[in-house]
Structures are given as structure tokens and as C-alpha cells.
Design a binder for this molecule. Structure first.
Ligand code: COA
Length: 195
């Protein structure tokens, strides 16, 4: 497989949700999901706004699709099995080197109406399974604000290991601790029974 380009997998299905690339036409479901989740997202996601016009969401969806095809960033939608509702967002982000690093950072948000019901943990587990079986990742990481209990617990429950803590990080107008979680493909394979 080329180290510089990836014909990325487009879709991973479970009974509860589908992980897929964003596509043109996703603007409406993206606006509905993020606007209805503003209070839930705002403390942790700097991009959250009380109002996100559909035209902006449509532009974002097209940018996400473009970068996915260019293999520069993989922003992923979490959609209902029927495809009519956006349940959240996740992604494999190249923040620690290019494709040749075989490393991606997973980010995630779950819409307010679905949060706290095990979905985030299930999505992260699916991202590990998909990432280590159909993508070229050898190492997957998850970074979170030390104050974000839900994010910390989600990483722990999905089997990621706390690798360290960056203390007193000045970012986005605050001073915080950043927790660094990670898991290697071999570690994941050792703790996951074959399908
Ligand atoms: C973090 C997030 C993705 C987790 O998804 P989720 O579907 O809510 O998570 P789950 O229901 O699988 O719960 C996972 C753990 O988090 C805990 N949790 C969930 N919401 C919580 C909350 N508001 N406060 C404290 N703990 C919470 C759950 O109790 C569970 O832990 P437990 O088994 O020890 O009780 C979701 O809450 C979210 O979108 N938060 C806002 C955006 C965000 O912070 N993203 C992560 C950035 S790193």
C-alpha cells in the first residue's frame, strides 16, 4: 500500500449505527444535529455554535468529503441505520504524522439526545475494530481535556491505555491538563476475540 495515498474505506455498519464518509447533501442532518446539541457540545468542542446555517454545514460536508478522497483527513459521520439522522461525528485525523506514520487520532462527539447511553463507547470500539482491520493504522490515539469525565471514561471503557498527561497546556483560552490515550494494533488484537 502506498505510504502517501490511501483509497480509504467508506463505510462500516453495525446494528445500531453506520460509520461513513460525509457526502454532498449532508448539510441538513449536520445542522440539525449540532444545533440541537449546542449546550452539550460547547464546553468541549470549540467549533460548536448556537446557530450553524445549513449552507455552512453543506460546505463543511463537501470539504470533509474532499479531504477524505485526497487522503489528508478522514472526518466520519455516525448515522442511524436508515441514514436519516446524524447521531454524531468521529474521524481518523492525521495529527501525528502523515499516512506513513500509520497513526491516527480519533475524535468524537455524540448528539445530546443520544449521549450517556453507551453510544460513544460503542462507536469508539467500532472505530478500533474498523481502524485496525480495514485501515492501515498501527497506532490509534485519543486526546482529551482532563476535566472531560465522559471522554476519559469512553477511552478507558473502549480499552485505550493512558500513556501520559500533558500538564498545564494553554489552549483555546484556558489552562488545562491533556490526557493522552493510545492503543497499538497488537494490543487491540490481544484483547479482542477474532470475529
Ligand atoms: C464524550 C462523548 C463522545 C461520550 O459519548 P457518550 O455516548 O456520552 O458515552 P457513553 O454513554 O458510552 O458513556 C461512556 C462513559 O462516560 C460517562 N459519561 C457519559 N456522559 C457523562 C457526563 N455528562 N458526565 C460524566 N460522565 C459521563 C458514562 O457514564 C460512561 O462511564 P461509566 O460507564 O463509568 O458510567 C459524548 O459525551 C460527547 O459528545 N461529549 C461532548 C463532546 C466531547 O467531549 N467529545 C470528546 C472530545 S475528546
Amino acid at each position: 500500500m502506498s505510504q502517501h495515498y490511501l483509497a480509504a474505506p467508506d463505510r462500516f455498519e453495525t446494528e445500531r449505527f453506520v460509520l461513513r464518509s460525509y457526502f454532498p447533501g449532508d448539510g441538513a442532518i449536520l445542522t440539525e444535529a449540532v444545533e440541537s446539541s449546542y449546550d452539550h457540545l460547547a464546553p468541549w468542542m470549540p467549533w460548536a455554535q448556537p446557530s450553524q446555517p445549513q449552507a455552512l454545514s453543506e460546505q463543511l460536508a463537501r470539504q470533509f468529503r474532499g479531504r477524505y478522497l485526497l487522503a489528508t483527513d478522514f472526518v466520519i459521520a455516525v448515522v442511524s441505520p436508515g441514514g436519516d439522522k446524524l447521531l454524531g461525528g468521529t474521524g481518523f485525523h492525521l495529527r501525528h504524522g502523515g499516512l506513513e506514520s500509520h497513526t491516527a487520532e480519533i475524535g468524537m462527539w455524540i448528539r445530546a439526545s443520544e449521549a450517556g447511553q453507551g453510544l460513544g463507547t460503542a462507536v469508539l470500539e467500532a472505530m478500533l475494530q474498523w481502524g485496525f482491520t480495514q485501515w492501515p493504522w498501527e497506532r490509534l490515539v485519543w486526546h482529551c481535556n482532563g476535566k472531560n469525565i465522559a471522554s476519559t471514561r469512553t477511552a478507558q471503557k473502549a480499552g485505550l491505555r493512558l500513556e501520559g498527561t500533558l500538564k498545564g497546556v494553554r489552549t483555546e483560552g484556558e489552562i488545562r491538563d491533556t490526557l493522552l490515550f493510545g492503543i497499538l494494533k497488537d494490543e487491540w488484537g490481544a484483547q479482542t476475540p477474532p470475529a
